[in-house]
Ligand binder design. Structure first.
Ligand SMILES: [Zn+2]
Ligand SMILES: [Zn+2]
Length: 805
C-alpha cells in the first residue's frame, strides 16, 4: 500500500488554468454536490426493476444470510442501522463476486414483549382474558408495528430480496406467520419422534412477572443488595448453638441439610450431628461439603429447595428430595405453615420479625449479591417445581462443540463466547411456556388413558382450541381429548430461522443442497440463545452445523464510549440521522468508524458528518473527471497513466480479498486513502494540464482521459457495496443506462511494474510542495528541482505539474 503523503492545501477542480484556450469543458455531472434526496428516487428504481429478487434456480453459487429479524415493539436503534448496513454490504459485495444472494427480511413478532405491551395498551391481564380474544388483540396491536423499522431499512438502502411477498424462498416473513409457526411445530414433531424431548417435574427458573418458566439462557445477573440474617440453630445431640447466615429466611421451612466446608476446623466436630431448624423444628443432617464457603457468613450454610443454583446442584448431588414452599403465583405454600398464602417478600419480613421476637437473630448485615433476574422483566427469578417439556442438550456437549468448531467466526475470538456457554450447560432446555402469544405445542392427551397424540406435519396446529385430528384413542379407543395449552419458548421459534430462510418448508431439495446457510450475523449478547439454540436444533434435526460463517457484533456506544440509554439522553435515532444526512453518510461512516466485530463503535452526529467529508471529496473528483469525454478507441498509455492503473489494480485485488472476509472498514479506509491521497492529490494533479491538452499530443491527452475514466469506473464499482446510492447515480450519469448493482467485481490486468515507483513519486511531489511552501512561493510558481533518474518516466507530467525549470 502507498504511504500517505498528501498535499496539505485543499485544491479544487472548479477552474482550469486561465491560459488554456481550448474546447468548452462542462462537467457532465451537473449537481454541485451530492443530494441525499436522490436516494429515494434511486431506491424506487431498484425496486421497480426488481434488482435484488432471489432466483432459486440460479446456476451461481449461493450466499444466504440468516438476517436477524428485529423485534417490532420498538423502532430500530443506531446499532441495528449499523449492523444491517454491514449485512447489506455483505449481500451487495457477494452479488458482485458472482453469488446468487439469498437475503430475506424478517420481523420478530412472537412472544412476551408483545403480550406485555397488549396488557398495557388494553389495560388487561393476559391470564384473565379469554385466549382467543387476547391473541386477536395482540394481532391487531402489532399489525402496523414493524412498518417503521421496514421504512428505516429501506431508507438505509438494504438490498433484501422482497419487502412484501411472503411464503417463498427469499420472501419477507414475520415470526408469527402461520407458516413460520408450522415450521416450529414440525421441528418439535421431528425432535419428539427422535426421542429428544421429554416432560419432567423439576425445579425450574420461574419469573412471576412473566408468569412462566424460563431457560437458563434467559437468566441475567445483577448486583443487588440483600439483607444477610445470622440465625440461631440448635444442635440436637449437644444442645450447642450454631449460627447460619441466610438472605432467604422464608425458606427455612424447606431446609434439607446444613453444610460446612471440609477444611473448616471450627465445625469438624459437628460431622454427622443433627441441626434443628428454628421456627419449624425440622431435623436435618450436618455434613462437610465444598459448597460451603469458609469465609461466607459463619461458614455454615443451609441448603433449601430452592434459594439458588447451589441449592439445586447440592440437593441433586446428595439425592435429597426437595419440597416447594413457593407456588407459581409467587406465594408461600402450605409447607410454610403460618406463612402460607403470603407473598415471598411479605413472608420474609414476617419471619424475620418472628425470629427477632424469639431472639433467634444474632446479627443482620447488608451485602451485595449477584442475583439471577429475568432478562425480559428484570425481576428476580425463583425456582419452582413445574412439569415442563425439555429438549435434551446436557448429553450432547461434545457434539455441540464439534458442530461449533466447524463454523468460522468473525471475529475469531467471539467463538469463545459460545464455547464458554456450552461448557456451562448443566440442565436440559426447558421448552414450554405458560403464555398465549406464541407457537402452540402441538399435542393432544387422551382423557381416559393419558395417551399422547402427536399430529402429522404439514399444518399449523392450535391444540388448545382445535379438535384432535384423530377421533379414537389408538390405545384405549376413548374419544375424549384435551389439547395442550402451553406454548414454546420463543427461542424455539427463532432457532429455526435458518431452516425457514433456506426453504425447508417449501423446497427440501434446495434446502439439502444448500445447507449449511452461509452467514449468521448477530449480536454477542444472544450467542447463548439465538446462535446456541440454532446449533442445537440443527445438530439434532439435520446433523450438520447451521452456518458456515458467524459474524458476531459488539455495540454502538456514544462518543465518550458510554452505552446509549434514554435516561442519560445520549441516544441517537437513526431516523434523525437519515433525515439530516441521508443513508450514504451513515453508510460510509459505519465503515470508516471501525469494525464492530472487534469492539464497540462510537457514534455521534459529528463523527457521521466528519466521515462523510469523503463523499464530498469523491463527488468533486467525479465532477472534474466528468468534464472529459471517455475515449472509445484503443489508446497508447503514458507511464504516469500506467502507474495509477497499477495502483488501481492492487487496490481492486486488496478490496476483493477484504470483501471476502467482511473487512469493510479496511476497504473503506483503503479506497478513501487511494482516492484522496494518491489519486486526487498526486495523479490528478500530475495529469490535469495534460487532460486539458495544453502542450501535449492528442494521444497523450487521450491517455489521460482514458485513465481518469478507468479509475473512476472501477472505484465506483468497488465502492458500490458500501455506498450504493451515490455510486449508482454517478454510474448511470456517466457510464450506463443500467444500474451499477448489476456489475461484477472488477478483474483488472494492469501489471506494468510501475507501482514500485509510487513511494518515490509521492515523496518527490511532497518535497516540491514543501520547498515551495518554505520559500513562500505559490503552488503555480516556477521552481528549480532536479527530477531523480528513476522518476524520469514521469518527467513531462512532473514538469507541468510543478512548473519545474
Ligand atoms: Zn420475567
Ligand atoms: Zn386413551
Amino acid at each position: 500500500m502507498v504511504k500517505v503523503i498528501s498535499r496539505k492545501d485543499t485544491h479544487t477542480f472548479k477552474s482550469r488554468p486561465a491560459n488554456v484556450l481550448f474546447m468548452k469543458l462542462e462537467p457532465k455531472i451537473k449537481q454541485k454536490r451530492w443530494d441525499k434526496d436522490l436516494e429515494k428516487q434511486i431506491w424506487n428504481k431498484w425496486q421497480k426493476e426488481k434488482l435484488f429478487k432471489f432466483d432459486k434456480d440460479s446456476k451461481k453459487p449461493l450466499f444466504a444470510i440468516d438476517t436477524p429479524p428485529p423485534y417490532v415493539n420498538t423502532p430500530i436503534h443506531v446499532g441495528h442501522a449499523y449492523t444491517y448496513v454491514w449485512q447489506d454490504i455483505m449481500a451487495r459485495s457477494k452479488r458482485m463476486l458472482g453469488y446468487s444472494v439469498l437475503y430475506p427480511m424478517g420481523l420478530d413478532k412472537n412472544g412476551l414483549p408483545i403480550e406485555v405491551q397488549a396488557e398495557k395498551v388494553y389495560k388487561i391481564n393476559m391470564h384473565e382474558t379469554p385466549r382467543q380474544e387476547f391473541i386477536k388483540l395482540c394481532k391487531n396491536m402489532i399489525e402496523k408495528s414493524g412498518d417503521q423499522s421496514l421504512d428505516s431499512f429501506k431508507k438505509l438502502g438494504l438490498s433484501c430480496n422482497e419487502w412484501d411477498l411472503k411464503y417463498k424462498i427469499g420472501g419477507r416473513y414475520d415470526t408469527d406467520d402461520s407458516e413460520y409457526r408450522r415450521l416450529t411445530q414440525e421441528t418439535f414433531i421431528d425432535l419428539w419422534k427422535k426421542d429428544l424431548i421429554y416432560e419432567d417435574l423439576k425445579p425450574t427458573n420461574y419469573c412471576y412477572v412473566c408468569g412462566t418458566a424460563i431457560a437458563n439462557a434467559e437468566v441475567e445477573y445483577q448486583e443487588r443488595s440483600a439483607q444477610l440474617n445470622h440465625v440461631k440453630f440448635n444442635v440436637k445431640e449437644t444442645g450447642e448453638e450454631i449460627v447460619i447466615a441466610t438472605t432467604r429466611p422464608e425458606l427455612l421451612c424447606t431446609c434439607k441439610v446444613v453444610l460446612y466446608h471440609p477444611e473448616d476446623e471450627r465445625y469438624k466436630h459437628l460431622e454427622g450431628k443433627t441441626a434443628i431448624v428454628p421456627m419449624f423444628g425440622t431435623e436435618v443432617k450436618i455434613i462437610p461439603h465444598p459448597a460451603a464457603k469458609i469465609e461466607f457468613g459463619s461458614g455454615l450454610v443451609m441448603i433449601c429447595s430452592f434459594g439458588d443454583f447451589t441449592d439445586i446442584r447440592t440437593l441433586r448431588e446428595l439425592d435429597l428430595k426437595p419440597t416447594y414452599a413457593i407456588s407459581t403465583k409467587g406465594k408461600m405454600t402450605d409447607i410454610a405453615g403460618n406463612y402460607e398464602g403470603m407473598k415471598i417478600k411479605e413472608a420474609r419480613k414476617q419471619i424475620i420479625e418472628d425470629l427477632k421476637q424469639q431472639n433467634l437473630i444474632v446479627k443482620q448485615e447488608t451485602i451485595q449479591q449477584r442475583s439471577p433476574i429475568c432478562w425480559r422483566s428484570k425481576t428476580p427469578i425463583e425456582f419452582v417445581a413445574l412439569k415442563e417439556f425439555y429438549l435434551k442438550q446436557v448429553d450432547y456437549i461434545d457434539d455441540l462443540k464439534k458442530m461449533s468448531n466447524k463454523m468460522k467466526f468473525f471475529a475469531p475470538e467471539s467463538k469463545q463466547i459460545l464455547m464458554d456457554w456450552i461448557n456451562s450447560i448443566s440442565i436440559d432446555w426447558v421448552l414450554s411456556r405458560r403464555r398465549y402469544y406464541g407457537t402452540e405445542i402441538p399435542l393432544w392427551y387422551c382423557e381416559d388413558c393419558g395417551y399422547i397424540y402427536v399430529p402429522e406435519k404439514g399444518k399449523y396446529y392450535q391444540s388448545w382450541k382445535d379438535p384432535c385430528p384423530i377421533k379414537k384413542c389408538p390405545k384405549c379407543g376413548g374419544e375424549k381429548w384435551k389439547g395442550e395449552e402451553r406454548t414454546f419458548d420463543t427461542w424455539f421459534d427463532s432457532s429455526s430461522s435458518e431452516a425457514y430462510v433456506m426453504g425447508y418448508l417449501w423446497d427440501k431439495e434446495f434446502f439439502k443442497k444448500n445447507m449449511p446457510c452461509s452467514m449468521r450475523p448477530q449480536g454477542k449478547e444472544i450467542v447463548r440463545c439465538w446462535l446456541y439454540y440454532t446449533i442445537l436444533k440443527s445438530m439434532h434435526l439435520y446433523g450438520i452445523p447451521p452456518f458456515k460463517h458467524c459474524w458476531i457484533h459488539m455495540h454502538i456506544v456514544d462518543e465518550k464510549g458510554k452505552k446509549m440509554s434514554k435516561s442519560i439522553g445520549n441516544v441517537i435515532d437513526p431516523q434523525e440521522i437519515l433525515k439530516k444526512y441521508g443513508a450514504e453518510s451513515f453508510r460510509i461512516w459505519s465503515c470508516l468508524e471501525g469494525n464492530i466485530t472487534k469492539g464497540d463503535i462510537r457514534c455521534s452526529f459529528e463523527r457521521i458528518e466528519g466521515n462523510s467529508k469523503f463523499l464530498t471529496k469523491f463527488w468533486n473528483v467525479t465532477r472534474f473527471i466528468s468534464m472529459f469525454p471517455e475515449p472509445k478507441e484503443n489508446v497508447e498509455l503514458t507511464d504516469t497513466d500506467k502507474w495509477i492503473l497499477d495502483e488501481l489494480n492492487l487496490l481492486v485485488e486488496r478490496t476483493k480479498k477484504n470483501y471476502e472476509n467482511y473487512e469493510f472498514s479496511v476497504i473503506a479506509e483503503d479506497i478513501r486513502n487511494f482516492v484522496w491521497n494518491t489519486f486526487a492529490s498526486h495523479y490528478v494533479e500530475m495529469v490535469k494540464t495534460r487532460a486539458y491538452g495544453e502542450g501535449f499530443t492528442k494521444e497523450e491527452q487521450q491517455s489521460a482521459w482514458y485513465t481518469l475514466h478507468q479509475v473512476m469506473r472501477n472505484i465506483l464499482k468497488i465502492l458500490s457495496p458500501i455506498t450504493p446510492f451515490i455510486t449508482d447515480y454517478i454510474w448511470q450519469e456517466l457510464y450506463s443506462e443500467d444500474s451499477i448493482c448489476k456489475e461484477s467485481y472488477p478483474e483488472l490486468e494492469w501489471k506494468n511494474g510501475i507501482e514500485k515507483l509510487s513511494e518515490k513519486l509521492l515523496e518527490f511531489n511532497s518535497k516540491v510542495w514543501k520547498s515551495k511552501k518554505d520559500q513562500g512561493l505559490s503552488m503555480k510558481s516556477e521552481i528549480k528541482v532536479t527530477i531523480p533518474d528513476e522518476l524520469k518516466v514521469f518527467e513531462k507530467d512532473l514538469v507541468r505539474m510543478h512548473n519545474l525549470k
